[in-house]
Ligand binder design. Structure first.
Ligand code: 13P
Length: 246
């Protein structure tokens, strides 16, 4: 269960979140719990989670080792700061912030794996593509351009998140059936390229307006292995309730 904080919270607010969140998290929760704060908050988050099973990730990285790339953060920098995961190819970066392409997503994923970070590679169709019945076509294209170029060893290290853009921050969650069909398609693309074992081992998260109120319906689907939560992960109580449902 992953919480993407996007551009919310200062380092001080990060510390306050974990003060509330840690006592709420049952010691025997049955899943990985990862929070993705803004890069500037990672040191405070890493300090706050010491001695717990909570993990921290970056929301983005750049593929070069270092260099004249103003504003960017490398995989090695994230790792040195204590992050162990990273989100790659979030739709807000693909469509608004940085116009990331599938080729960029592939390079970032490779850089993340090389630095032993676990990438959550995001895919998903826009509203127009959804309305035009092109969702599965888009997913196949994003898989082919952004994921199929990995080696089998690299693929074994990644997690994929299906995040339909029309469901992000809108309150319109994909129904469990829509999400499940998309996950099945992604897993079958994975099987074609990387084989049955690798496809079965792949964890596919759903993201888009996940809330404590709809988590149970989503997690009942065998194809949904977890969720990537935006808004509802900013509040300690609501994210703890979502994790409890897993
Ligand atoms: P919301 O849960 O706020 O819809 O955001 C989903 C998301 O983009 C997670 O990466």
């Amino acid at each position: 269960m992953a919480g993407n904080w996007k551009m919310y919270k200062t380092p001080q607010e990060t510390v306050r979140f974990f003060e509330r969140f840690k006592p709420l998290l049952s010691a025997n929760h049955a899943c990985d719990v990862v929070i993705f704060p803004a890069a500037i908050d990672i040191p405070a988050a890493v300090h706050a989670i010491a001695g717990t099973s909570i993990q921290i990730g970056g929301q983005n990285l750049y593929w070069a080792k270092e260099g004249a790339y103003t504003g960017e953060t490398s995989a090695a920098m994230l790792s040195a700061a204590g992050a162990t995961w990273v989100v790659v190819g979030h739709s807000e970066r693909r469509h608004h912030v940085a116009h990331e392409t599938d080729a960029d997503v592939l390079k970032k994923t490779q850089a993340a794996v090389a630095a032993s970070l676990t990438p959550i590679v995001c895919v998903g169709e826009c509203l127009e593509e959804h309305k035009a019945g092109k969702a599965h076509e888009v997913l196949i294209r994003q898989f082919a351009g952004g994921i199929a170029g990995l080696t089998e060893e690299q693929f074994a290290q990644i997690v994929i998140a299906y995040e339909p853009v029309w469901a992000i921050g809108t309150g319109h969650t994909a129904t469990p059936e829509i999400a499940s069909k998309a996950h099945t398609l992604i897993r079958s693309e994975a099987e074609k390229r990387f084989g049955e074992d690798a496809a079965n081992r792949l964890r596919i998260l759903y993201g888009g307006s996940v809330k404590p109120e709809n988590i149970q319906g989503l997690m009942k689907e065998p194809e949904i292995d977890g969720t990537l939560v935006g808004g509802a992960s900013l509040d300690a109580e609501s994210f703890a309730r979502i994790i409890a449902a897993a």
